[in-house]
Design a protein around this ligand. Structure first.
Ligand SMILES: CC(C)(COP(=O)(O)OP(=O)(O)OC[C@H]1O[C@@H](n2cnc3c(N)ncnc32)[C@H](O)[C@@H]1OP(=O)(O)O)[C@@H](O)C(=O)NCCC(=O)NCCS
Length: 140
């Protein structure tokens, strides 16, 4: 992902999430040197991921497929690549947070070997207040 991708990324983000990241969030991730990847199909940006790392640990901060392209294996492929890259960088453990209501994402992470290790109470904004985050971990 480069700065010039942020408009297209933001357009997907706003369609895919009820509480989307802002332009500033993506710019901050690029400026911080996080591993920000995009996937294209026929020249169109259709998915992206953001991974931060430090002290041998990686954190999947975002993994998103454009709604019209979901359910075709792109999310799985994006996650597999992120896991392979993380391992190649020497990251031993990957973490992520996910809304317990996001069954599709949890299924994907479980199929990829992530296990639930805890809950962060009231981590996410939600329509009726706050929603917990399920914390998941995968040893690489
Ligand atoms: C979660 C997300 C990344 C999955 O990507 P995707 O490309 O749609 O998923 P894939 O086609 O790779 O499918 C991977 C797994 O997801 C699940 N899945 C995919 N489509 C599904 C559907 N229509 N219904 C239920 N589960 C589904 C399945 O477990 C599937 O594994 P399987 O096909 O091996 O059984 C995508 O739906 C998305 O971007 N959602 C909105 C943003 C989001 O919530 N991101 C995660 C934040 S933590």
């Amino acid at each position: 992902m480069s700065e010039s991708d942020v408009d297209a990324v933001l357009a997907i983000e706003q369609r895919a999430y009820p509480f989307p990241w802002t332009r500033g969030n993506f710019k901050d991730c690029l400026a911080a040197g996080y591993r920000c990847e995009v996937a294209e199909q026929d020249g169109n940006l259709v998915a992206y991921s953001v991974l931060s790392s430090g002290a041998g640990e990686g954190h999947v901060l975002n993994c998103c497929v454009a709604p019209a392209h979901q359910g075709r294996g792109i999310g799985r492929e994006l996650m597999r690549r992120m896991m392979a890259d993380a391992k190649a960088f020497g990251i031993a453990t990957l973490f992520l947070e996910v809304r317990p209501s996001n069954r599709r994402a949890i299924d994907l992470y479980e199929h990829l070997g992530f296990e639930a290790i805890g809950l962060r109470r009231g981590y996410y904004p939600a329509a009726d207040g706050r929603e917990d985050a399920l914390v998941m971990r995968r040893q690489l």
